[in-house]
Design a protein around this ligand. Structure first.
Ligand code: TNX
Length: 533
């Protein structure tokens, strides 16, 4: 093999466990068929055909493998095998005179096909016909994910994004093997999911009068004077969930409670801490002190909402937020103080935990698991709760204790995994919330640095957050997500032994070209080198 050919890493992101490059190549043609060996993978075969068709213009006929016939040269054979070494989501991709993808599951076959897409010319990511030779290097790849929760979060409350953009975003993150999409559907600044039993949540809670301009810390505050809002209907949600499911992405819904609820309280003041004071959907960023009261009818309201949410989202995990529930108004409210005494609790934190335990029991009763931000441990953790750890070093002891006590953890650490944080200093970055999470920091992120082996075993995986206070449109959203989500995928999927910053940077330019073909925005690198001052 020529030396230069052997040395250059194949531009795969995330890096597979093992890549054995062979000599030579195969070319896809209009004769290439996609074959499958079990009816249960026919849909995956069709989906893969639909991913390869637009740019090539080839039909990619999908056909069941015939035992008697030898597979044809140039075909793509999807094959379910009984091979424990492949694990649940793993696959083996062998490109010789044909392309063989073997896996134990549909997910594994899907991931093998995503790797195949990355072996093809970058133009394969275009959704219109491209003029290219559809060449694939001969190779044997064995691959299996490191973590089972490889997540991306998106806040659609502060700003919302058209359904089509959400679908494109999901398709994109699936192409580098993320498998969880967390939708932050409600917050003080907007309620974005249709709930049939409470129509005012979207009629009123879905719209704000105007939006602040510039950063929250700029005083005096300025506003744009323009109404803003919208929501996803239940039909939209079903479409998003189905689209994601086909791509092996679980959509985790979040209804944030008891704080971050001002939009709902604007619609139904009786659920707020000061029911007699008129409330608007919040027009500035930051946290509202008007949180849910703890009346029976309010607790029932949250359960009613979750009932409709569970009907739409098959996710085992239902996120109930629980973050930053400002207790200032609870402290001053006689009614809330009465609830604390009545329930035999000590303080506001315990009241919050009482409420979360109520919801935990409710979700358990429906065979779902509660997941919440780390504040839900403050007044004692609900017994079946899973924690989404965002506060990093500040709350590491709480989190580690919870893991020791048998709670599962998803790492969403804001020290590197908040993709609303700036990628460089303000001088060259557009308006952003602050913080500092450049690409190399994400790439070198060490999820388990504070944990012992037992605690580590409780970690489901990691997730990046896209809070959208300062991300008003999809172009800026994509620029915030990428290239950092490429690094995230490597931390989540790849064996830590393969982590190699030099190699990653060499693989980035091809990934950028794929994005150009896919019409996705991203923050540019300099030929793969991160641009930071
Ligand atoms: C904290 S992280 C929040 C969000 C903000 C975010 C901004 C968390 C659970 N709560 O409400 O949007 O910081 O980075």
């Amino acid at each position: 093999m020529p030396k230069a050919y052997a040395k250059a890493p194949l531009p795969l992101i995330p890096q597979p466990d093992s890549v054995e490059q062979q000599h030579g190549f195969l070319i896809l043609s209009d004769q290439t068929e996609i074959t499958y060996n079990k009816d249960s993978i026919k849909e995956t075969a069709s989906l893969i055909a639909s991913q390869l068709q637009p740019a090539t213009g080839f039909p990619f006929t999908v056909a069941k493998q015939q035992k008697s016939k030898k597979s044809k040269i140039g075909n793509i054979a999807l094959t379910i095998v009984n091979d424990d070494s492949l694990e649940d989501e793993g696959y083996r991709l062998t490109v010789s005179d044909q392309i063989l993808i073997e896996a134990q599951t549909n997910a594994g076959l899907f991931y093998g096909a995503q790797t195949l897409r990355q072996l093809l010319p970058a133009a394969i990511f275009s959704d219109k016909l491209e003029n290219a030779t559809w060449i694939v290097p001969k190779v044997i790849i064995n691959d299996t994910p490191e973590m089972q929760w490889r997540g991306m979060h998106l806040d659609v409350s502060r700003h919302m994004f058209p359904k089509e953009d959400i679908l494109r975003f999901i398709d994109t993150i699936a192409s580098f093997k993320l498998n969880s999409f967390h939708m932050h559907l409600t917050d003080d600044q907007g309620w974005r999911i249709e709930i049939k039993k409470y129509p005012k949540l979207t009629e009123i809670g879905g719209f704000r009068e105007e939006t602040m301009v510039g950063h929250l810390r700029n005083k005096p505050r300025k506003y744009d004077g323009k109404p803003y809002g919208g929501f996803y209907t239940q039909e939209d949600i079903k479409e998003i969930v189905a689209y994601a499911t086909a791509r092996h992405i679980n959509v985790v819904p979040e209804i944030d409670m008891p704080g971050h609820m001002q939009a709902a309280i604007a619609a139904y003041p009786e659920f707020g801490t000061r029911p007699d004071e008129p409330t608007k959907v919040l027009t500035k960023w930051g946290i509202s002190a008007n949180i849910l009261n703890m009346e029976d009818k309010t607790v029932q309201f949250t359960k009613d909402v979750l009932t409709e949410v569970m009907a739409l989202f098959p996710s085992k995990y239902i996120h109930i937020g629980g973050d930053e529930a400002a207790k200032a108004w609870w402290k001053k409210s006689e009614r809330i103080q009465w609830h604390i005494k009545d329930k035999g609790l000590k303080n506001e934190n315990e009241l919050q935990s009482w409420f979360i335990q109520e919801i935990d029991n409710f979700l358990q009763g429906h065979d779902r698991n509660l997941i919440g931000w780390d504040e839900i441990v403050e007044g004692g953790i609900a017994k079946d709760a899973t924690l989404m750890w965002w506060k990093g070093v500040k709350t590491k002891d709480h989190i580690n204790q919870a893991a020791t006590d048998g709670h599962k953890i998803v790492i969403a650490d804001k020290t590197a995994l908040y993709f609303d944080h700036r990628q460089d200093r303000d001088v060259i970055e557009p308006l952003n919330i602050g913080g500092w999470a450049p690409l190399h920091k994400v790439y070198h992120y060490k999820p388990f640095r504070f944990m012992n082996e037992q605690q580590k075993s409780m970690v489901l995986g990691i997730q990046a957050q896209l809070w959208t206070e300062y991300i008003p449109n999809v172009r800026k959203l994509e620029r915030s997500a990428f290239p950092r989500a490429w690094a995230l995928s490597e931390v989540a999927w790849s064996d830590p032994k393969t982590r190699d910053w030099e190699s990653f940077q060499q693989r980035v330019p091809t990934q950028e070209i794929r994005f150009i073909y896919k019409n996705m925005n991203f923050r540019k690198t300099l030929f793969g080198r991160e641009v930071v001052k």
